[in-house]
Write a protein that binds this ligand. Structure first.
Ligand code: SF4
Ligand code: FE
Length: 483
């Protein structure tokens, strides 16, 4: 089986014995949990669209490892065209879900680990790359969702991993055995962990020799012994527990993050892809982050498309689609959104082949892409809120709308254009609320800021890649200045 259907994917999750906690309670059946399910539906969309002939070119690829047809979310980019298609695929899935569909963290990890393990082996004569290739063949064949896990809790940010008062604040090797290693620590903000079959762990930052036990990369099933998943709360999440669906905003789709604990988890040798080679830690981080910064030029743009659509729709329902300032605000939203897309496409077109043979984005442009993402979605969201009017946060609930006595008032006074049913207007207003302030705002706003690295992380990379000396030389050449 190289392509799972959405149903097969969902059934396969039922076989996992995940150790998940949500709001202080153990979740026995995460697949059908009302708070978790919308996020699962978003991942399922990556399977569903791959079955649709209309999207075959974007959603599937030919494996460079086996020659078989696979889901693009498990693919090693084989050209700059592949990098472009990745961004287009992410925009598409963002448009279909209006949320984070979670599966890209694995894709970005595959491509970063693939090239990095090749270079570690080249320097140290290790065999991580072959191990990883075998692992990825398994992932492709089974069409798995893999959670790329990078961010450690980090404790005192002024101290290195080995200097922390509590050594577990960065995930590390606690025991080396003949048949593998034992690791302890945690990974924070893990996107899609509950909807993933496997977790691919990478180090979180550049490491020095004294931190070499922290320079570790490996993969284990998400239900491996010793893993505990603590589901993150999102704004307005308990609305999903209510009877009706209107107040949820986006009742079908969502995203999730979790704090994942690794309490003495055993990793067999064949699943270890870095084990102490601290000098490659920073390289792996840079590559994973680079790919994920490219990703945001696709996924956030797709979600932005839906938010722009919601703003235009509510303008129609409010009876003001022709007002010049409304039209101008929508133009501005489109301009900002397409600027993000341009960066995602540009860093892909300017990509290059790695020593291992897969393709990597242009790092400077990928970081510029993500730096823009830390800003533009906020402005797009602000404009959507502006167009919606304050009612999107002051509106009565679905229960009021359906109430036998007061329902008629809600129906009457929340009416916009006479021909549009009140409930449709309320749906769009709640949807805008969801995307700007509710559960989807985690993915569209805060994740735009902090996901794939906070703004300062990109500024460091931009500074490193900016080649100021060359720019100064350009001036000297024109002005005939010789030092
Ligand atoms: Fe994919 Fe975007 Fe979610 Fe990252 S934030 S996993 S790129 S959808
Ligand atoms: Fe993300």
């Amino acid at each position: 089986m190289a392509l799972k259907t959405a149903k097969e994917y969902i059934d396969s999750l039922r076989n996992l014995k995940l150790n998940v906690y949500l709001m202080g309670e153990k979740v026995e059946n995460p697949v059908d949990h009302p708070i978790i399910r919308p996020s699962l539906n978003s991942v399922a969309m990556t399977y569903e669209l791959a079955q649709n002939p209309e999207y075959e070119d974007l959603m599937t690829a030919t494996s460079t490892l086996t020659g078989k047809k696979i889901n693009r979310f498990t693919h090693l980019h084989n050209s700059t065209e592949d990098l472009v298609k990745k961004v287009k695929m992410q925009r598409l899935v963002g448009q279909k879900t209006a949320s984070c569909f979670q599966r890209c963290v694995g894709l970005d990890a595959f491509n970063a680990v693939y090239s990095t393990t090749f270079e570690i082996d080249e320097k140290y004569g290790t065999n991580y790359h072959d191990r990883f290739v075998e692992y990825l063949k398994y992932v492709q064949e089974e069409d798995l969702t893999v959670d790329g896990a990078m961010t450690d809790p980090k404790g005192d940010r002024g101290l290195s991993p080995s200097q922390q008062a509590d050594p577990d604040l960065f995930l590390h090797i606690v025991e080396r055995r003949e048949d593998g290693i034992v690791v302890r620590g945690a990974k924070a903000h893990q996107t899609g962990m509950v909807n993933s079959h496997e977790v691919l762990v990478m180090p979180t930052q550049t490491m020095r020799e004294e931190d070499k036990d922290y320079a570790v990369c490996f993969a284990v099933p998400t239900d491996a012994e010793g893993i505990t998943i603590i589901y993150g709360r999102q704004s307005c999440d308990t609305r999903k527990l209510e009877e009706g669906k209107l107040d949820v905003g986006n009742p079908k789709f969502g995203g999730h993050e979790a704090l994942v604990i690794f309490d003495n988890v055993f990793v067999p040798n064949e699943r270890i892809f870095m084990c102490g080679e601290y000098d490659f830690s920073g390289i792996l981080v840079e590559r994973f982050a680079g790919y994920h910064r490219q990703s945001y030029g696709g996924c956030k743009v797709g979600v932005g498309d839906v938010l722009i659509g919601a703003a235009a729709l509510i303008a129609d329902y409010n009876g003001v689609p022709k007002a010049s300032h409304i039209k101008d605000k929508i133009i501005e939203m489109v301009h900002l959104n397409e600027t993000l897309y341009s960066c995602g496409i540009a860093c892909s077109c300017e990509g290059h082949k790695t020593k291992a043979g897969n393709y990597e984005i242009d790092m400077l442009l990928a970081n510029v892409c993500k730096q823009n993402v830390t800003r533009f979605p906020y402005e797009i969201a602000r404009l959507a809120e502006d167009i919606a009017g304050g009612i999107f946060v002051t509106m009565p609930s679905e229960k009021d709308l359906k109430h036998p006595e007061i329902g008629k008032y809600v129906e009457k006074y929340l009416k916009g254009v006479a021909s549009v049913p009140t409930i449709n207007r309320m749906k769009v207003l709640r949807f805008i609320e969801n995307m700007t302030l509710g559960t989807a705002a985690v993915g569209y706003r805060t994740e735009s800021l902090h996901g794939a690295g906070s703004p300062q992380a990109q500024r460091i990379m931009i500074s490193r890649q900016s080649n100021l000396e060359r720019k100064k030389q350009l001036v000297k050449d024109i002005l005939d200045i010789e030092d």
